[in-house]
Design a protein around this ligand. Structure first.
Ligand code: ADP
Ligand code: MG
Length: 710
């Protein structure tokens, strides 16, 4: 048995804190286990009762004569540690701690939770909770309802993990109305021992589970989540509803389950993470139902081309618009399909895609037309729309289409714009029916998500390249800065750091004073650019510290004298203005396109790589994308493709495209630098100039700040 099998597939369960009192958790759990016909043995544990619910009770776990795989603990908080010791003595391997009052309540609770986890580890156990609302395994051979929820989920192939127990149980209830079933339900509670990641890995090979659904408030260890999710996503879709999108939401979350939430940059990091791992992120529970309905009842589409069959124009137009907006296609049907439709349908029908059969088609018409669309090689999935016609039963039509699901391996989704009771009757009479929606848009959204996932799944994983770089030289450079008790690197130092990582920089020289500038620049080709250097000079242009397009040595000398004065005058810290300024003379680089390569520190994710258009575009358009390092070659390519201004890099109005491959390599080198130099707290290259010929690529400016030493 795997360690989590003791929890999810136990052969025997002790309910510690079982009770007779109606309405108490200790009674409801025991009752649910029995009521759902759990296939193993159940032992109520309660020192004050001989039997509970007609089952013989035991005073302690260790006094149970049979082996116990799982103990479900519902005793008051201050008795939990004692019970765990007793379980340890007995050799119990799995714990489900329902009891609350731990890290979600404050310091004292956090301490006890830590002690709890330490003991669990010492005894070689695994534990769900504390503060869990329970677990369910619907598998026939186990049939365990270890919750105190009033209703049971339908049996299905979705593993559902919820960080909020109450919401999770509400979702289970509502899922019934959507005819969505589950293999597992797990309320993880405070995740003191078993984490999201553990559960993902448990479900990775689980034969009962095809889709993983998570309602999350925090990610636990996002760095660990990343490789696990990336790997498992390739086999099973992972859908995440992540709350805490807004700051207020995040604060509510942190007082809710004791999760420490990073309060800024949070969403950027999470979106980047999920994008890279193929995880499907949703914002609302409603969307979650829409998507899981589509996923759980269909094969994945093989492409983005949707066929739409309808008996009313309006909803088909809505569906078409939604499909196009979400990146799907509603293509022309093949010649042959159109000819056959023409033959089948009245003259007023539209035999284009969408196929509008006009108001009166019956079951056999729907079925025949749907079959034609499914047979058409131009179509990857089918959306059937029915505005319930007079005289014909929508139920009948659906049943006709239903038969086609077994014949074709293409997704078939239906939209029936009917009142609630239609769906109630449908679920009652035909459980396990096809995915049916009340409106076109959610159905299309589900299809689009399925296609998006299919694409992600089918593309290669990419690989993280490690370039031969000068890590030692980079570290020495940073060390030298630290010795001077500085955290901000000067511009030449920052550029030097980039060079250590093979990121090209503009030819430049340094001069210690205005008088030495012309001599220093002897080896450079004019025109040149002059910049002031000082450790605390972060925004050079604002301080009058940048002059571009200097044509002659004379001009350069004059500019240096001028700059020395202006910069001293405008620098905020007047007392340091007497400190000698240095100067940087750079070749003036013409004709490049400016991009920015930078980093964002996320408190829980660590550094993220940022890429976007540089110059004025950064501030005004915020056209930037983020990725969690280490970047794979594919990550780097996608970052470039995903900025809105990508066309500008590709070349507009006949300009040649820049070397995208070389730019992707620069991003990967940058990512490697972040990985290898964790003491870098902030860094950006702005601008990095890119060209059609990678030979000309160069950074002309960079800022680097080191983390304060702790
Ligand atoms: P800062 O960002 O501190 O104000 P920069 O060194 O980035 O200073 O210079 C400001 C701008 O001047 C850059 O964004 C770029 O447009 C231009 N520039 C700077 N150096 C060069 C150079 N060597 N060649 C061409 N343009 C340059
Ligand atoms: Mg700059």
């Amino acid at each position: 048995m795997r360690s989590l099998d003791y929890i999810f597939k136990p052969r025997s369960i002790a309910v510690v804190g079982a009770s007779r009192r109606i309405g108490s958790i200790g009674r409801e759990i025991l009752h649910n286990l029995v009521e759902y016909d759990y296939r193993g043995k159940v032992f109520p544990v309660n020192p004050k009762a001989d039997f509970i619910l007609s089952i013989k009770a035991f005073p302690t776990v260790s006094s149970i004569p049979d082996p116990v795989d799982l103990a479900i603990i519902v005793v008051p908080r201050d008795q939990v540690l004692g019970v765990v010791d007793d379980c340890g003595k007995k050799g119990v391997k799995g714990l489900l701690v329902i009891t609350a009052g731990f890290s979600e309540t404050g310091e004292e609770g956090r301490r006890i939770e830590q002690e709890l986890d330490e003991r669990v580890e010492r005894y070689g156990m695994r534990m769900i909770g504390p503060n869990s609302m329970g677990i369910i395994n619907t598998e026939i051979a186990v049939h365990m309802d270890g919750t105190f929820a009033p209703t049971l989920p339908l049996v299905g192939r979705i593993g559902f993990l919820s960080q909020s127990g109450a919401l999770g149980i509400a979702i289970l209830n509502m899922a019934r109305q959507h005819d969505i079933g589950f293999s597992f339900f797990v309320s993880l509670g405070n995740k003191a021992n078993v984490s999201n990641n553990d559960l993902l890995e448990y479900w990775e090979d689980d034969a009962q589970t095809d889709l993983i659904l998570m309602y999350l408030e925090s990610f636990g260890n996002p760095r660990r989540f990343m490789p696990i999710a990336r790997r498992i996503s390739k086999r099973k879709p992972i859908v995440v509803v992540k709350s805490g999108r807004t700051l207020a939401g995040a604060l509510a979350v942190s007082s809710h389950t004791g999760a420490l939430v990073s309060r800024q940059g949070m969403d950027i990091a999470i979106d980047a993470l999920l994008e890279q791992t193929g995880v499907i992120r949703l914002n609302t529970v409603e969307e979650m139902f829409d998507l899981t309905l589509g996923f759980s009842k269909n094969p994945l589409p093989r492409g983005d081309r949707v066929g739409i069959l309808t008996n009313a124009g309006g909803p088909a137009i809505l569906a078409t618009d939604a499909a196009i907006n979400l990146g799907l296609k509603v293509p022309r049907l093949s010649e042959r399909t159109r000819a056959e439709l023409r033959h089948l349908l009245p003259v007023e029908a539209a035999i284009q895609n969408p196929v509008d059969m006009t108001p009166k088609p019956d079951r056999s018409k729907y079925e025949a037309c749907a079959r034609l669309l499914l047979e058409d090689d131009e179509i990857d999935s089918l959306l059937v729309i029915s505005v319930p016609p007079i005289m014909v039963s929508a139920m009948d039509i659906i049943m006709g289409i239903e038969g086609l699901r077994r014949e074709f391996s293409k997704p078939i989704l239906a939209v029936v714009m009917a009142p609630e009771d239609f769906f109630e009757e449908l679920n009652e009479k035909y459980p396990g029916h096809m995915a049916i929606y009340r409106f076109p848009e959610p159905a299309v959204r589900a299809l689009a998500a399925m296609e998006h996932y299919r694409r992600w799944r089918d593309k290669p994983l990419g690989s993280v390249n490690l370039f031969p770089v000068q890590t030692r030289a980079a570290e020495d450079l940073l060390e030298a800065v630290r010795r001077e008790k500085r955290s901000q690197l000067t511009t030449p130092e920052a550029l030097r750091l980039l060079e250590c990582y093979g990121i090209p920089v503009a030819h430049s020289v340094v001069a210690a004073s205005a008088g030495e500038v012309v001599d220093a620049a002897k080896g450079l080709r004019y025109p040149v650019v002059l910049k002031a250097i000082a450790p605390d000079l972060v925004h050079k242009t604002e301080a009058g510290g940048v002059v571009t397009d200097i044509r002659t040595p004379e001009e350069l000398g004059a500019a240096a004298l001028d700059m020395g004065e202006t910069v001293s005058r405008t620098r905020p810290d007047r007392t340091s203005s007497s400190a000698p300024l240095g100067f940087l003379v750079q070749e003036f680089v013409r004709g490049g396109r400016e991009v920015i390569i930078g980093m964002l520190q996320d408190p829980s994710f660590g550094p993220l790589v940022m890429f976007g258009l540089g110059g004025i575009y950064v501030e005004t358009l915020r056209d930037v994308v983020f990725r969690v390092p280490p970047l794979t070659d594919l990550d780097a390519q996608e970052m470039i493709l995903q900025i809105r201004g990508f066309r500008l890099l590709e070349g507009v109005r006949g300009e040649p495209p820049i070397d995208l491959q070389a730019l992707a390599e620069v991003l990967q080198r940058f990512s490697q630098m972040l990985q290898e130099l964790p003491e870098v707290a902030e860094i950006d290259i702005n601008p990095f100039l890119v060209f059609p010929d990678a030979q000309n690529f160069c950074a002309v400016d960079a800022r680097v700040r080191l983390a304060e030493e702790s």
